[in-house]
Each structure stands twice: as C-alpha cells, then as structure tokens.
Ligand binder design. Structure first.
Ligand SMILES: Cc1cc2nc3c(=O)[nH]c(=O)nc-3n(C[C@H](O)[C@H](O)[C@H](O)COP(=O)(O)O)c2cc1C
Length: 333
C-alpha cells in the first residue's frame, strides 16, 4: 500500500497535479471515483508570499478531498521554505509537494521546476531546508532529467531521500521531451531500486492494464495518472477495480459522462463564479466528449459557451440525439 510519512492511502492510484485542471472541483470528482491521493495544481512560492488572492485561493482544500498533496514551485531557498511554512500552517493539505518537473521556460528561467534536475546538491539543500521548516511530509515530483545527456534521476531521488523527503514521484520524461516521445519506465525502476522512500511512477499510463504493468515492471509504490483522467475520471475507478480484483468495469454511457461533466461545472461555478467557470469548462467539455460517436457536431459549439444553460442545453441535446440513434439502431437489429 502507498504510505507517505504517516499518511496512508487507501489504494495506489494517484491523480497527477495538473495546472488549470486540479482544483477542488475536479479533485473531488477524482476522489469520488476512488483516487487514493489527489494532487493540486502547482502554486508559485512568491505569489503565496505576496498574498496574491488567486494563488491563495488555490490553496483551499475541501475536507472530502483528503488525503491531498499541495504543490509549490520556486527557484530560491528562502521563498520556497517560507511558502512551505505558510502551506504547513494555513492549509489542511496532508502533504507538501515540490515541483521539480515543470518544463515551461517561464518557470525554468526562474531556476524553478525542471531546472533543479541539473543539480542534485541544490535539491538536497532545498528539500532539507523545507523538511526542517515544516511538520507535514515533504515530497518531490520530478522528471527523469533535463535532457538525454543529463538524466540524474537516481542521484536526484537519492538527494531527496537524504534530505528527509518522504516520497518522490517520477515522470519518465526529460524536460526537453516536454510531452513528446515515450515515458521511460526503466529509469523509474532504477529510481525505485535506489531509494527506500516510496516512489510513485508517472507517464503514459492510459489504461488499467498499463497501471498494473507500471506497478509490476517498475516495482513502484504508486501509479500517478494525469492526462488519461481528463474528462474521464472513470479511468481512475476502473484502474482501482482492476488493481484490486483484475476485473474491467463497464465504460460510462454518454449520459453518465455528461451528468458528471455538469457536476464538475456546478462545482467550478461555486468556486469561481459562472463567467470564469464556463470558460474554464470549455476544455473539460471537449475532454468529456472525447470518444463519443458524432461529437464533432458539438465540438464546434464548445468555444462559444457563455453560460451554464448553454453548456447544459447543448450537451444534453447531443446526448438525446445519441440515445435516439442508439435506440433506432438496436430496434433495427
Ligand atoms: C494540463 C497539464 C498540467 C500539468 N500541470 C502540472 C503541475 O502543475 N505540476 C506538475 O508537477 N506536473 C504537471 N503536469 C504534469 C503531470 O502531472 C504528469 O507528470 C504528466 O502529464 C505525465 O503523466 P500522464 O502521462 O499520466 O499525463 C501537467 C500536465 C498537464 C497535461
């Protein structure tokens, strides 16, 4: 089972941190679909310390989401540690995670995110200072390296362990790869074989069977799922069931998908108000519709959604059509 510090997860399935996605609305859905641990989107250390309202609101945790990990990013020890202290004292998160994987230039040029991957000594220093300053367990999410010439995953994970970090999540790509190519699970296995703290494997797990394979082949303690859960939290439930008893549960119907999409939207509206929520929901709606036959008919309308009523009317009209077609087809057989 996956245990981080003294926090025990009820299974090995972890929702990956995703900026612009993993707010309380989606995290709670992931939790309701069974995720053992949910991770929040990254928040800037400096923005926390400046009291930036939007960033502080990103630290809100609903009790029902727990256990939950809040992720911070930064490039300087002083601000990172102070932000960690703030999260430690002022939030009900269970775990403080440090981002060492973000590949975006805006972040790496401030010495944050994946930039750390080039320097195991810096990792040691930053993590040790953070661990000393807080009570909550501190974890790190990293990529395997900066580029194929600088894959220091093992050294970096060892530095996290020596510094008192409680777990490490490893995305099997380099910074330079961004989201291209294939995640290298062999390096994730090398990390698992080199440290005694829990290791969570991440990258390209898109089916329950692949989650099983990640756990078996890399020997990791947990499996972190990101993109495959977008618009498809059923994937988390299916994975948990498959890992528990080897059975594959049914795919959701189009109506079930849209029902959950609307729950997601209503929670976003509560958090951010209808104007912002509906705009944010456009990308999610496209993800919920993915794989549904004939979805091209509505995909074009998504970007003009302005209100909750627009979303509900369009999506349910589509589902009604899909169901009518299915009924026609089955009566023709
Ligand atoms: C939209 C999006 C936002 C992301 N934001 C974060 C983030 O805030 N922090 C982080 O550590 N990783 C972030 N990631 C990386 C994911 O956590 C994960 O490592 C990556 O998607 C690979 O896993 P997957 O193949 O299961 O998607 C993000 C990925 C996506 C697609």
């Amino acid at each position: 089972m996956l245990k981080i510090g003294n926090i025990e997860m009820k299974n090995q399935v972890v929702l990956a941190p995703m900026a612009g996605v993993c707010n309380p609305a989606f995290r709670l859905i992931a939790k309701e679909f069974g995720a053992g641990l949910v991770c929040a989107e990254m928040v800037s250390d400096k923005a926390i310390l400046h009291g930036n309202e939007k960033s502080l609101s990103m630290l809100y945790v609903d009790e029902r989401e727990k256990p939950l990990s809040l992720q911070i990013f930064g490039g300087e020890k002083e601000t990172l540690v102070e932000a960690a202290k703030f999260v430690d004292k002022n939030t009900n998160a269970d775990i403080i995670d440090i981002n060492m994987g973000c590949p975006v230039p805006k972040i790496t040029k401030c010495d944050a995110g994946a930039r750390w991957l080039l320097d195991p000594n810096k990792i040691y220093e930053m993590v040790a200072a953070t661990v000393d300053a807080v009570d909550k367990p501190v974890t790190v999410k990293m990529r395997i390296g900066w580029d194929s010439d600088h894959v220091y995953a093992v050294e970096n994970a060892r530095a996290v362990e020596r510094a008192g970090g409680s777990a490490v999540a490893v995305h099997g790509r380099t910074r330079v790869q961004m989201y291209e190519g294939k995640a290298d699970w062999n390096i994730i296995k090398d990390v698992k074989d080199s440290v005694n703290i829990p290791v969570i494997g991440n990258g390209d797990v898109t089916t329950p069977q692949e989650a099983r394979r990640m756990l078996d082949e890399a020997g990791v303690d947990g499996v972190m799922i990101g993109r495959a859960a977008l618009g498809n939290p059923w994937m988390l439930y299916q994975t948990i069931q498959y890992l528990e008893n080897g059975t594959l549960t049914d795919e959701p119907t189009p109506r079930e998908k849209i029902d959950v999409c609307m729950i997601h939207l209503d929670r976003l509206i509560k958090l951010k108000g209808e104007h912002v929520a509906v705009r944010e929901m456009r990308k999610h709606a496209a993800w919920y519709l993915k794989g549904m036959r004939g979805n091209g008919r509505v995909r074009d309308k998504i970007n003009s959604f302005e209100s909750r009523a627009d979303v509900a009317n369009t999506l349910y009209a589509f589902v009604d059509e899909v169901e009518a077609q299915e009924a026609e087809q089955s009566s023709a057989v």
